[in-house]
Write a protein of this length. Sequence first.
Length: 565
Amino acid sequence: MPNTNATGYEPGNILIQGFNIHHGSCSIFIQNGINVLTLRDMDLTPNFGAGVYMRGFVSGLFFRDVLIPSGSYGLYYSSTGLKSNGVTTGTGELFDKNNFYSMVINGQTENGIYIVNENGAFDNNTFTDLQIVSVSKSGVYIGGGARAMTFLNLNTEENGGNTLILTSTATTTSGSATVTVGTNTFVNGSTLTISGADSNGADWYPVIASGGGTKTLVMLSSASTSVTSADTVNNIYSDVELKGAGGSGPAGVTFVNANIGAITDNGLRYSIDASGANNVSCINCLIGRPIYDPNVTVSNFSQNISGKGVRRPNNNLVDTYHTSTFGGGSETPRTIVASPPGKDIVLGLADVNGDNTTFGSVEVRKNDGSATRLLKIDSSGNMTTAGTINNLTVNSSSITLQGNTFNGNTNLVQTNASGFIPNLSIVGRTNSTTPATANIGAYVSTETAITNASASGTWINASTLTLTAGDWDITAKCRFLGNSATMTQEESGISTDNTTNSFSDLDASNNAARWGLSVTDHATVDVPNYQQSFNSQTNYITKVRISYSGGTAQWKCTSFARRMS
């Protein structure tokens, strides 16, 4: 059913209802313009071509309850044709104010919907309750400067072809043409989509040169970014493609309550390929494959999207420079994020599939072509920087500013590989203040009065030093006096045995000493530098023993200890 308006005047107010149009190249062919056409309750089954083929000036279409089960395209529009005044192709083509309701488009060999307007207006078109199923290539292809295009309740299933579609993972390094994949069923000549392996973390679309049938593939090109276990698929089609044409891409395209490949994604490249789009929204969408947004010019792609989520190259930045009066005065162009009055700015890191474990990080990068990372804060709060932190920004009361030079004058001290302090000169105390008991050099002492021996040849507890845990050097100095008696042997020692008349831990070569000559005047017996280490507070007793006759001998002892560590 063709329309070949040669005069340039558009037919209008046409209603076609209840027809079954089978066979032919196109069921309905609108070539040179139409204004206000209604199709209702139609079955359009072309042998090839399109169910509805349109070009030139098209406005005011209203399609409802239309089935298109075959052909190369379901709905096809190209800007090639006549403008509304009959002039040939130029800049006045129009696809405007068209409405498509409750349509089933399935089984096409190219696209379910193909609309490209390279030159003219492309505004205010609505698609409601459309099903696009089992299309061999991309289900929807929109190219050119579409504006204010809305898809409500779009449902797509099993698009992208019935050939062998494979999804896997891929690992490669920047500059390498070799890729390791998780399956051995990719074949030579296939085009893969490898997430994040192109420049700046964009997706990479290499062709397999060799290695098909194995897990090690060699590509015709090289990766620009290293990836590990990256999402990989050999399907080159998507459920929805939004592409630029004639220097302009779709803008103002909105998807609401859409189910895009969520039931059977068929290994599609993407649910929505927005690589040529600008200002696109997806609200309450359920998707089976990622939404690809390499230009980060898409808005509102965060509103209740379930499934694979939005894939944006991890090195891509958004240029949103502007001049502002933030802070009260005019500023040079910059990007500013301002909080609500008196409120915080919160950057939320979402986990993977609700596992409450796997989170990403917060990064600051340069827009220098390599997206050089300046700052990273991971999900544990650890921060790494590409440079240094200015000393003025560091709280010097809790963090030293001495740097990483050690063991020199005014430097920090660093132990050696064995954990010991290196051979440095350590300055001693320069005043008479006694170190505290717990400090190295602490000194503890006790001294007795001159005391009569209680019996000859019996050990006596002369004094006690109470020492806290640590390493100590203990000394006992004892003086023995004859006091009219003749002394034949004088002994002293240091012991932990607190029992009177006992010295159970006596060690003559270590913690005890004796003077074995007969004297009537005096004798001195010292036990010097008895070194002891212990883990808890311990009492050390100075013990004395005198063998004498003819009177009562006497003794006087001084005991002291010095903490070594």
